[in-house]
Write a protein that binds this ligand. Structure first.
Ligand SMILES: Cc1cc2nc3c(=O)[nH]c(=O)nc-3n(C[C@H](O)[C@H](O)[C@H](O)COP(=O)(O)O)c2cc1C
Length: 186
């Protein structure tokens, strides 16, 4: 698939088929992630790939954190099972180094996550980036072994499309012409 076509046809897939992507395939996605632009080559990222029982453990950590806050956890453990693989993208900002600008570390990790989504889509996979409150739940951070200096940037749910999934309309966008100002053009 051409890059432009991949960008224009990508969509978030909330629930995938059961087929499990293999390690080689996931490795290709991570290799795509680390090709993202990174100012000063700080490479502010690392990755944790969860499958099988590890997804149940993620759901358990998630539910434990939510229970501790006195909130309901109905159906919450199952949310970690919406795809056979969850690729956890951990941001390791290098903002303490000279010249490194913190916000640029966030841009770089966003670009890395978009690379994963586009690479997955171009390889016929189904993917969805999720963050929400889950990324900052202490129990989840502890389960993942994230340090105080790190952020859970996002969870990329990965699998393959269910039959008929492409029939849904893609999500709405404002026409780019409404958002663009041209200067110095005839
Ligand atoms: C940084 C980021 C975090 C997101 N977190 C969530 C999330 O927690 N839950 C969710 O349902 N979707 C999440 N999304 C996905 C958006 O809902 C999705 O991209 C949007 O609905 C547009 O759909 P599309 O990706 O199919 O174009 C996130 C997207 C981004 C960029």
């Amino acid at each position: 698939m051409e890059t432009y076509d991949a960008i224009m046809s990508r969509r978030s897939v909330p629930k995938t088929a059961e087929r499990v992507p293999d390690r080689q395939t996931i490795t290709k996605l991570i290799a795509a992630a680390v090709r993202a632009p990174t100012h000063h080559i700080t490479q502010p990222w690392r990755f944790i790939v969860l499958a099988g029982d590890s997804l149940k453990e993620l759901g358990e950590a998630w539910a434990t954190g939510v229970e501790r806050l006195g909130k309901r956890t109905d159906g919450l453990r199952e949310k970690a099972l919406r795809a056979p693989v969850v690729l956890c993208v951990i941001e390791t900002p290098k903002a303490h180094l000279p010249k490194v600008v913190e916000i640029e570390e966030h841009y770089a990790i966003g670009a890395a996550m978009q690379n994963i989504l586009l690479a997955a889509h171009s390889m016929g996979m189904a993917a969805m980036l999720r963050t929400g409150a889950t990324v900052s739940i202490p129990e989840v951070r502890e389960y993942l072994g994230v340090t105080d200096a790190e952020l859970v940037a996002g969870f990329v749910y990965l699998g393959y499309p269910q039959e008929g999934a492409d029939e849904r309309p893609r999500s709405r966008r404002t026409d780019c012409n409404e958002l663009t100002e041209w200067r110095g053009w005839n």
